[in-house]
Each structure stands twice: as structure tokens, then as C-alpha cells.
Write a protein that binds this ligand. Structure first.
Ligand code: GDP
Length: 427
């Protein structure tokens, strides 16, 4: 196997950053295919916490090529800051970064529109990160988006910006904002961005093919999770891009036959941030207990995440939508801290989450037998092989794997790189 896609199998925040960081040690190219700086990956390297939003999590390995794909939306201001921050940690010192010419650009008017909409008290606030991601994807679908390649051609850029100005100013006015789009100022900003982005630009698909052709290992890094996919998630409470493995092809410009394996990441429990269906959400003390144990606050926004037990029907749906060949279970150490746990094995009336009714699904829980013991949290954090896990924890992993019919390939028992149990080779 020389390529592997790693995707979130829940509603995001599954710990993709850490897992990709661990697997990237063996990769020559790490390519992100979707999303923007609404994602926040937390990496812990030698005890130092590094948060990335746009740059692929392979950035901690000097010399590993990091590619931002066409399916992404890129805010150059944020990108510049992130690169500068990573350089203070001694990372990205070479020419590791490449950016697809076809990735779309987030401008300040996208951020502004995002915020205006979130602040307006409409019935359907999605709970976005206000970073302009949605408006930039909307512009892309409306064929008025501005791509990285447009920044390289000042005349074309000016024309595209004028088009956006005509479309957006009436919309700002509808929200009572007197905001105008200053084409001149944006052209000037773009000229500054081009100085440093220009040399990084590439044809992303060609870049991936070149690595594969040379027999190198390629890791495709997802953002958010399967249930937030714009086509297959809990619409309309979803992100604006393709988060499932199919997004690798559209987001990078390669064919599906080039994906050798797909690993889906799930926490040992479930979390969700923002609005939308979440059948196994636990209100009150039990949800609070998981949130406290797992530190479940957004890496990008600091928002507290809703927490609940693992939802097997939803996970199985994610496994099918992604064609998972491997399952990665993270935060097992967090679940091990709890004295007793439950798991959702079906919904009432045997509701199929792929059919209509997921919004109203009522979970049916089963207690997990043999769970809980003194110092389990510590024991699990210190485990470096399956055998070192308590038998009850191993049985839990078997239960999950059997239900979703996907083998567990990696288990994460803490935020550190070394707190990882590898069961199957990635490449
Ligand atoms: P991502 O967007 O999927 O990368 O997820 P986040 O970075 O938002 O959330 C993952 C958080 O959990 C980060 O703070 C990680 O350092 C941490 N983390 C990842 N895996 C584990 C694990 O197995 N155990 C614990 N305790 N923390 C973990």
C-alpha cells in the first residue's frame, strides 16, 4: 500500500491531528483535500502543543511535502500567521509547502458575511466558526469564487472582485451593514500575498501522481468528519465541503483507484459542536463528566463540545460512506477514567440512520459489561500494546470493530505520539 486516506468518522474533532502526525512519520507527502481554517488540529510534539488550521499535520517532519488541495478554501492572512507560528517552532524551514492553483481564497468580505449571518437571529443558525468558510464555498458553487490562480493574474483578479462586489454589497445592506468591498485595497493585499504564495503554487493532482509514480508514500488528510459532509452528513447542519474519502478525489484531482486504504477515526465516545442532530448527546452531569475528562473544547473556537456515548449505528454509517478499511479509536484513556459506560447499539424502532428520521433518532443503550477499575485511566494511558490494556477495554474495542465490520488498526491512549498502539502498518 502506498497511499492512505485518514478521515474523521464522526462529527469532527476525533483527534485526526495526532493520528495524521503519527502516520506522517512514514509519509513522503501529506495532502489535505478539503476544508479551511475551521478545522483545528492539535499536535503535541515533545510536550509542546502546536495547533494547525490549514497546514497539513505532516508539517512536523522536516522535508515531508505538505500539500493544500483544490478542495480547500484558504485565508491568506491566516495561512501567513500559521506559517510564521510553525517557523517559530523550527518547522517548515525548507520548501515543504505546496498549494493547489485551484484552491479558493477567503477574503475579508467572506468573513464579514459569515459573521453577519450568524449574528442575525434567523431560525437556522448553523453555528459556524465565522471564518468565512461557508461564504467562500458558496461563491465557488455560484461560480464567482476566486482561486489562488486568480491572484497570479491582476486583471482577472480585479474583474472577479468587481463581480463579488456587485453580488455582496446588496447582501450586506440587507443585514443593515454599510460595508463596501474595496477592490483596490484587496488587489493590493493580493499582490503582497502572491510574493510568498506564488512560489508554492502547483497542480495538486500532478504533485500526488509524481509522488505515487516515484514509489513514495502519500497520506491524504481529511478535515471535520463524515457526518458533517455536505452531501452525506446531517444536512443542513454540515460543513460546506466533502469530508468523506470521496473528497480525496475531487479535492486533489486524482482518481479513486489511487486510494489504497481508508482509515476512519472515531473517539471512544462521541462529541459534536454546533447545532444539529446528535442522538447520543448526554445532558447534565454525565455529559459534563466526559467533557471534563476529555477536555472537550474546540481547538479553533474554544466552544464546549456536546458529549455522549459512542453511537454505533452512526459509526457504521460513516464506515459505509467512506468504505473504511481500518478503524482508529482515540481517547480511549478518557473513557477509561469513567467508572461505568454505555454504548448505543441501535435506535428505537430500528431506525436506519441512512434513511429518513435521523433527526429524531432515539438511542437504545446497553451498559458495557466488565467496564471500570481502579487506575484504569492511568493503565490505559501507559499501555503500548493491546495486551497491556485491561481485558474489559479490549472487549470494548472488539465490540465496536465487530459491529461496524472494520478492523481496528490503531488505538490512541493519550495526546502524545508515543501514546499510540499500532496494530496495522499504514503503508
Ligand atoms: P482533530 O480536529 O480531529 O485533530 O481533533 P482536535 O485536535 O480538535 O481534538 C483532539 C484533541 O484531543 C487534541 O487536544 C489532542 O491533543 C487530543 N488527543 C488526541 N488523541 C488523544 C487521546 O488518545 N487521548 C487524549 N487524552 N487526548 C487525545
Amino acid at each position: 500500500m502506498s497511499t492512505l486516506a485518514v478521515v474523521g468518522a464522526q462529527w469532527g474533532d476525533e483527534g485526526k491531528g495526532k493520528v495524521v502526525d503519527v502516520l506522517a512519520a512514514e509519509a513522503d507527502l501529506v495532502a489535505r483535500f478539503a476544508g479551511g481554517n475551521n478545522a483545528g488540529h492539535t499536535l503535541v510534539v515533545d510536550g509542546v502543543k502546536i495547533v494547525t488550521h490549514l497546514v497539513p499535520s505532516g508539517c512536523t517532519y522536516p522535508g515531508t511535502r505538505c500539500l493544500l488541495g483544490a478542495g480547500m478554501v484558504i485565508d491568506p492572512e491566516v495561512f501567513a500567521e500559521e506559517i510564521a507560528q510553525l517557523r517559530t517552532h523550527g518547522l517548515l524551514a525548507g520548501d515543504e509547502l505546496r498549494v493547489s492553483l485551484d484552491a479558493h481564497v477567503i477574503f475579508e468580505f467572506h468573513r464579514e458575511l459569515d459573521a453577519l449571518r450568524e449574528d442575525a437571529s434567523t431560525a437556522q443558525t448553523i453555528g459556524t466558526t465565522r471564518r468565512g468558510i461557508g461564504p467562500a464555498y458558496e461563491a465557488k458553487a455560484a461560480r464567482r469564487g476566486i482561486r489562488i490562480r486568480d491572484l497570479l493574474r491582476p486583471d482577472r483578479l480585479r474583474e472577479r472582485l468587481e463581480h463579488n462586489k456587485r453580488a455582496l454589497e446588496p447582501e450586506f445592506a440587507r443585514f443593515g451593514s454599510e460595508r463596501s468591498v474595496s477592490v483596490d485595497a484587496l488587489c493590493e493585499a493580493a499582490a503582497r500575498w502572491v510574493e510568498w504564495i506564488g512560489p508554492m503554487t502547483c497542480d495538486a493532482g500532478a504533485e500526488v501522481l509524481e509522488f505515487i509514480g516515484a514509489g513514495k508514500s502519500v497520506l491524504f488528510e481529511g478535515a471535520q468528519g463524515a457526518l458533517l459532509d455536505v452531501d452525506h452528513g446531517t444536512y443542513p447542519y454540515v460543513t460546506s465541503s466533502s469530508t468523506i474519502a470521496g473528497g480525496v478525489c475531487t479535492g486533489l484531482g486524482i482518481g479513486p483507484t489511487l486510494i489504497d486504504g481508508v482509515w476512519g477515526i472515531t473517539k471512544a465516545y462521541t462529541t459534536r459542536v454546533g447545532a444539529g442532530p446528535f442522538p447520543t448527546k448526554l445532558d447534565g452531569e454525565r455529559g459534563d463528566q466526559i467533557r471534563a475528562a476529555g477536555g472537550e473544547y474546540g481547538a479553533t473556537t474554544g466552544r464546549p463540545r456536546d458529549c455522549g456515548w459512542l453511537d454505533l449505528p452512526a459509526l457504521r454509517l460513516a464506515a459505509r460512506r467512506n468504505g473504511l478499511t481500518g478503524l482508529v479509536v482515540t481517547k480511549l484513556d478518557v473513557l477509561a477514567q469513567l467508572p461505568a459506560i454505555e454504548i448505543c447499539t441501535r435506535y428505537q424502532d430500528d431506525l436506519d440512520p441512512g434513511r429518513d428520521g435521523f433527526d429524531d433518532a432515539v438511542p437504545v443503550y446497553e451498559p458495557v459489561a466488565g467496564w471500570g477499575g481502579p487506575n484504569w485511566g492511568e493503565q490505559v494511558s501507559n499501555a503500548r500494546s493491546l495486551e497491556q490494556l485491561p481485558a474489559g477495554v479490549r472487549a470494548y474495542l472488539d465490540l465496536v470493530s465487530d459491529y461496524v465490520e472494520v478492523p481496528v488498526t490503531l488505538v490512541s491512549v493519550g495526546p502524545g505520539r508515543e501514546q499510540t498502539i499500532r496494530l496495522t502498518a499504514a503503508f
